[in-house]
Write a new protein. Structure first.
Length: 256
């Protein structure tokens, strides 16, 4: 019999397997948190680096540009990993579950995860696993701040936007607490923001592709209605008056 965790894992695997071949069309390497991740890795002289929820290798690509290492990318979706392998990165790609990391105790120096923990049924169990496989070093989880979700401009067009994401994204304070319970010390929250960008046709195309899983969880009716309203609002000038600012927070802790 399938457990709730099995069902969530299966749904996520199916979703990412379905979009794997399209994923990179609207998702490029890099984010506002990149410098923070690299600095945390540099402080620990990390050579063995694990990424949980590596997807098509975008974050690994950005990471190794300024922190040379041979990363281990772990993901539930074999199709996403196939896309990652096709990029020719010098990396080890592992099909695995964050709650049962298929690595030996104390086998890596740094762990990071970018916008993936909301897909893990038990983030606290995953953090215990992170503590196990770390030797000495840092675990860094990038997530969406709850205030960013609440204030996101797309709430204007998709009424369920924040409801969907607040229900599945653990708050940064909760993640920090789970890190402490797992044994991590010197836990910290580092808020990051990317330069403002216009919301125009290019952004609409990203939404149409459901470039973040939030849009896949909206009803078809809400999705189409919101998209139509957004198109109406940009019709005159080609973009909204407001800009969008990508914000993230790095929740980090150290294994001494």
């Amino acid at each position: 019999m399938n457990t709730g965790a099995d069902a969530v894992e299966s749904d996520d695997r199916q979703y990412f397997s379905r979009i794997a071949h399209l994923y990179d069309q609207h998702r490029s390497p890099g984010g506002p948190h990149d410098d923070v991740l690299r600095e945390l890795a540099r402080r620990g002289n990390a050579e063995r680096v694990l990424e949980i929820g590596s997807g098509t290798g975008n974050s690994a690509t950005a990471f190794i540009e300024s922190h040379p290492c041979v990363p281990i990318g772990m993901d539930l979706s074999s199709e996403m990993l196939s896309q990652a392998k096709s990029k020719g990165l010098d990396a080890l790609w592992v099909n695995g579950n964050g709650m049962q990391i298929p690595l030996a105790d104390s086998s890596v120096d740094f762990i990071f995860s970018v916008l993936a923990f909301h897909h893990i049924e038990s983030p606290e169990e995953c953090l215990r696993e992170c503590y196990r496989v770390l030797s000495q070093g840092t675990c860094a989880v990038v997530t969406a701040p709850h205030e960013f979700i609440r204030s996101h401009i797309m709430n204007r067009y998709f009424p369920s936007f924040s409801t969907v994401d607040l229900a599945r994204f653990p708050s940064e304070d909760r993640l920090r607490g789970w890190m402490q319970e797992a044994g991590f010390v010197d836990t910290d929250l580092t808020y990051c923001a990317k330069a403002p960008e216009p919301i125009g046709e290019a952004y609409i195309q990203k939404i149409e592709s459901r470039f973040i899983s939030t849009y896949a969880l909206l009803s078809d009716e809400e999705f189409e209605a919101g998209l139509a309203r957004l198109r109406e609002d940009i019709a005159e000038t080609g973009h909204l008056k407001e800009l969008t600012v990508w914000q993230s927070v790095v929740v980090s802790g150290r294994k001494a």
